[in-house]
Design a protein around this ligand. Structure first.
Ligand code: SD4
Length: 319
């Protein structure tokens, strides 16, 4: 059996994996596969951390970050702080395909989306309202979501600016940024052409306007069609300082396997931020794949993959 076609994504979001696979099988189009796979998570509000109705910011509003990148053309589109539009990755694709630009943000991205025919609607859900009010009242429930700090006091508002003394204090020190679970997805078709994408509602109780790593090309995801692709999940305020998806692809270019390259990218982060939490998944040009994580053992980081022989969810022991 050949190593591709293949779909792979962060976390066990199997409905998204399966949808992406169905699209890939039918169309052999990795870009549409990634878009539609991630769209499933946006609709299902995977873990409350993708799509509408999750991770409210300090104003109680959910905003979305997403990107998509096409291997053969090396073209990409992204949106950040997208308001009142549910289909973030599709808007990112529209930016790529219908503009000369690459990245649109905030209300102006919404305006673009509406002009492109996307429906404007509230991104609030009873869950996001409830979560916001609990945070506001300083009565959060630590187990409300999959990813919360082991220290319950860190999960409750109101926001207190922190002035960390060192980089290692910085990670996890900000009580506003404790809930993570981005979908990052890679698809590779029967010709070995690849696409990547991400979609997330970012960090819970973020300061309004905060953008994470997920929509940033090279940080949240990256593809070089001649080498491979990678995407990440985790603490975006740290991840974005290291361009880990780009780094992973470059290490594969240098001969590392997908797992080795992902691990190397994370080690560069952990070296400076020992408490960092996050993961990278990667696929090489020949369809080999692997992953690495740090600080996620408690959350049992796993990722989904789909080939002709079925779906597979693999747990990763973190470095
Ligand atoms: C962010 N990286 O906005 C995203 C959140 C996330 O797994 O990945 N969660 O920081």
């Amino acid at each position: 059996q050949s190593n591709y076609p293949l779909v792979i994504n962060t976390w066990p979001f199997v409905k998204a994996t399966e949808k992406a696979w169905q699209v890939l099988e039918k169309t052999d189009d990795p870009l549409t596969s990634v878009e539609q796979g991630c769209s499933v998570c946006e609709e299902l509000r995977c873990d409350g951390t993708v799509g509408w109705g999750g991770s409210p910011d300090e104003n109680g509003e959910t905003t979305l970050d997403a990107m998509i990148m096409d291997g053969p053309s090396h073209d990409a589109g992204a949106v950040a702080g997208l308001k009142r539009i549910k289909s973030a990755i599709s808007v990112a694709r529209a930016v790529m395909e219908h503009t000369k630009h690459t990245f649109l943000v905030g209300d102006a991205a919404t305006q673009f989306a509406v002009e492109m025919g996307f429906k404007e609607q509230s991104l609030s859900h009873i869950d996001s309202v409830d979560r916001y009010l609990k945070w506001l009242n300083n009565s959060c429930q630590p187990n409300f979501r999959l990813w919360v700090s082991p220290d319950p006091s860190l999960n409750c508002g109101p926001y207190q600016p922190v002035q960390p003394a060192t980089n290692s204090d910085k990670t996890n020190a900000n009580i506003n940024q404790q809930s993570h679970d981005t979908i990052g997805m890679i698809a590779i078709n029967s010709d070995g052409d690849m696409a990547v994408g991400t979609s997330t509602n970012g960090a819970a109780h973020k300061i309004a306007g905060r953008v994470g790593d997920s929509p940033l090309i090279g940080s949240g995801a990256y593809v070089d069609n001649e080498v491979g692709a990678a995407c990440g999940t985790g603490d975006g305020d740290v991840l974005m300082k290291f361009l880990p998806s780009y780094q992973t692809v470059e290490s594969m270019r240098g001969g590392k396997s997908p797992s080795e390259a992902s691990e190397d990218a994370l080690r560069r982060i952990v070296n400076k931020y020992p408490k960092f939490m996050g993961a990278i998944v990667a696929v090489s040009k020949n369809g080999d794949y692997g992953a690495a994580c740090h600080g996620l053992d408690e959350f049992k980081f796993s990722y989904g993959s789909r080939k002709t022989n079925g779906i597979n969810v693999e747990s990763v022991k973190c470095i």
